[in-house]
Design a binder for this molecule. Structure first.
Ligand code: ATP
Length: 403
């Protein structure tokens, strides 16, 4: 009895011991998994820190390198040597660093080691940031159908600018050169820029617009450099339409005894003339310009081969005003009784930009009165506000009476 009880106690002891050992085993395994996880995290961190250290070391090395001299490649002699002209003046035959990436060609700007003058890197082509600062639109969204009352001007522009870009073969066959430049002239706000943008849209060309006065720079020679940069950029982005607004700012008649500022403007003009002369009329870059003062322009600009086609963009007449109003109210929620012809009659002397402003202001009257329909009365009040009272300089009280 005693013996069998002793045996049972022993086997219970063994079972307990085994359970304890299993639990211990389990917890040790969990501990091992945890430690392995931590080890992985630490290894990842180590890799990250090593990468960061390498980056910092190379940055440090980069910062330790002395400044490079800027040079221009004049000629490539063989695979390892080129002739360069350093920015300080003299020419040198120099070696090419074996780590250099890219192809060396005459005219390319390079960075040279200060001591050995070896070519270390190729510099990006010197595009002028000021030129990039101009208005550039990759294919503007304006279309011919957004222009009111300028049918004759549209067909002329299409013939002079669009046709040579779309069908250069026609000009080749007949053996004539298309006009180089088109000058749009007329009062402000009549749609000259709009016309140029619409041609760019129909020819899927990049539109580069620069205002003439922006060329007139503070530093001597800058204006001419900007003109050069503009044409280079246009060639790089071809097909392109270059549009110079306010051409009179650089293209005014040259006069004797001018001041140094005037001489700078003249230098810019000379550069523009030179660029136009070197321009391929059958190429993919077309030049358009606009001015309100064609009488002020230097006759050299209007000679054949330059801006030899002039298109007058007049103030809109009654019919044109009605169609411009129609265009700018197309997306508005107009009351069916609105009579745009009547509004056109009231707006004698308004340009396209005024008519656009009238349409917007009429919409504003509706919004102010929490309506979503625009009535004839809104348009009439807008005409009064923008054309009559503002021009006469009416007092605020009179205005508020109508508003
Ligand atoms: P500026 O000589 O002052 O540069 P511009 O003749 O180039 O003026 P735009 O800039 O083309 O005038 O016109 C200004 C705005 O007026 C345009 O964005 C357009 O909304 C409107 N506009 C002008 N003329 C017309 C037109 N004929 N048809 C439709 N909208 C027009």
């Amino acid at each position: 009895m005693n013996e069998s009880q002793g045996g049972a106690d022993f086997s219970r002891y063994i079972l307990d011991r085994m359970r304890q050992l299993e639990e211990r085993n389990l917890s040790l395994r969990e501990q091992k998994d945890r430690v392995e996880g931590e080890k992985r995290v630490i290894e990842n961190q180590k890799l990250k820190f090593e990468r960061e250290a390498r980056k910092l070391k190379s940055e440090l090395e980069r910062l330790r390198v002395g400044p490079m001299v800027i040079g221009t490649v004049i000629d490539v002699l063989d695979e390892s040597r080129v002739i360069v002209k350093s920015s300080t003046g003299p020419r040198f035959v120099v070696n090419i660093s074996q780590f250099l990436e890219g192809e060396l060609k005459p005219g390319v700007q390079v960075g040279l080691n200060q001591q050995s003058f070896a070519v270390m890197c190729i510099l990006p082509s010197p595009k002028d940031p000021a030129v990039f600062g101009m208005e550039i639109e990759e294919v503007p969204s304006e279309q011919f159908l957004m222009i009111g009352g300028l049918e004759g001007q549209i067909s002329e522009v299409r013939e002079i600018v669009e046709l040579p870009l779309k069908r250069p073969d026609l000009f080749m066959k007949v053996g004539i050169e298309p006009p180089k430049g088109v000058l749009l002239y007329g009062p402000p706000g009549t749609g000259k820029t709009l016309l140029a943008k619409a041609v760019a849209n129909s020819t899927e060309a990049t539109f580069l617009r620069v205002v003439g006065s922006e060329f007139v720079q503070k530093y001597i020679g800058e204006g001419a450099r900007l003109v050069r940069g503009l044409f280079e950029l246009a060639k790089a982005k071809a097909p392109a339409i270059v549009f110079i607004d306010e051409l009179d700012a650089i293209g005014s008649r040259r006069m004797d005894g001018a001041t140094s500022g005037d001489r700078e403007v003249q230098r810019t003009l000379m550069q523009l003339l030179a660029e136009m002369d070197g321009f391929d009329p059958r190429g993919e870059v077309k030049l358009m310009a606009a001015t309100n003062r064609p009488d002020m322009l230097d006759p050299a600009l209007l000679r054949p081969g330059r801006f030899d086609r002039m298109i007058y963009v007049p103030m809109p007449n009654k019919d044109a005003r009605a169609s411009i109003l129609e265009i700018h109210t197309r997306t508005m929620n107009l009351d069916p009784n609105v009579n745009l012809r009547q509004v056109a009659e009231m707006t004698e002397g308004a340009c396209g930009a005024d008519l656009k402003a009238i349409a917007t202001e009429a919409g504003m009257f509706a919004i102010r009165e929490e309506r979503n329909v625009v009535y004839q009365n809104d348009l009439e009040r807008a005409v009064f506000k923008l054309l009559v009272s503002e021009r006469r300089g009416e007092s605020k009280e009179v205005l508020s009476h109508y508003a």
